[in-house]
Write a protein that binds this ligand. Sequence first.
Ligand SMILES: Cc1cc2ncn([C@H]3O[C@H](COP(=O)(O)O)[C@@H](O)[C@H]3O)c2cc1C
Ligand SMILES: O=C(O)c1cccnc1
Length: 348
Amino acid sequence: MIDINIRPCDNSLLEALQHKINSKTKPAGALGMLESIALQVGLIQNTLTPALLSPNMVVFAADHGIANEGVSAYPQEVTGQMVLNFLSGGAAINVFCRQHGIELAVVDAGVTSELPAHPLLIDKKMGAGTDNFLFGPAMTQKQCEQALMAGMKIVEEIADKGCNIIGFGEMGIGNTSAASMLTHILCDIPLLHCVGKGTGLDDDQRRKKLSVLEQASQFHRLTPDADPIQVLSTFGGFEIAMMTGAMLKAAQKRIIILVDGFIASAAFLAAHALQPTILAYSFFTHLSEEQGHIKAMEFLRVRPILQLNMRLGEGTGAAIAYPIIQSAVNFLNEMASFEEARVSTKFN
Ligand SMILES: Cc1cc2ncn([C@H]3O[C@H](COP(=O)(O)O)[C@@H](O)[C@H]3O)c2cc1C
Ligand SMILES: O=C(O)c1cccnc1
């Protein structure tokens, strides 16, 4: 049984933070979304002088039984091959983490291939990929709970190193299908609007993906009021369930959560269904090109920070949004107020 309680943010500094933001030498509101980001970070950390410490990125990787149904443009072995690419530093996420001084860890949550021991690799292999959810649940409830707990443990260890901001990313061929199913059920949105081209399906292939996922939806017949753990075990991947657990633990520890794209948002939807208070600790870093993502963002009533037509995953959106969060924290801490700089305030 997963027992996690996320306290709502303490909003006692709300007015003082807003006053501090408004007193900076700029027209009121002129830093736009940076202002709401600064406010949210201040509330998460419950301070007027927040700080971002030891930023980390965790990329959860696993394979999916549904990949056997021709739902991805790439073969399943790419998951393990990309993990090796992460370990040798050559993937997009490596580039962006290096650029922004973000520490990277890769989790084998259930990749089909055997992976070598490596300093960046955390071994939490739950099996050689999930079962095909077209014919039964992707994993058992027990496996799902184990994955959630493994994710929590990972975040506990990262938190012990003094980190207070974590980006969440993933790798797993077929996982846009899992994410589509989770979004469909958890947001109660027709599957048609949740299924996109993933790694690059053409229109015919996307129609086939939709029909496979419609069959799975008919087979399981889960409704939005189903137990979120059941929804997660039915359709989720091991990487998605582990990410859900990791996000829950991060919020419980008041760590800032940077949610990447469509798949990380699906993991977030499961966490949110379990503990809606997680929302206050989270930033949605970019709007993915994957069409279901905008639906998930509308459901959560959140506005992603960036919109760059990206559809990669790996945590890339979270990594490139990190310096924007840094700018928000820096202006709050370092910018002069009207009074300090002796600048005249607005007429009224
Ligand atoms: C080379 C390569 C690198 C990737 N990095 C992330 N993904 C992304 O694509 C996959 C999901 O798309 P689908 O459901 O269509 O398989 C995930 O692994 C995701 O992280 C990649 C995909 C490929 C091919
Ligand atoms: O937005 C994402 O997370 C995404 C979209 C397509 C493929 N992989 C990941």
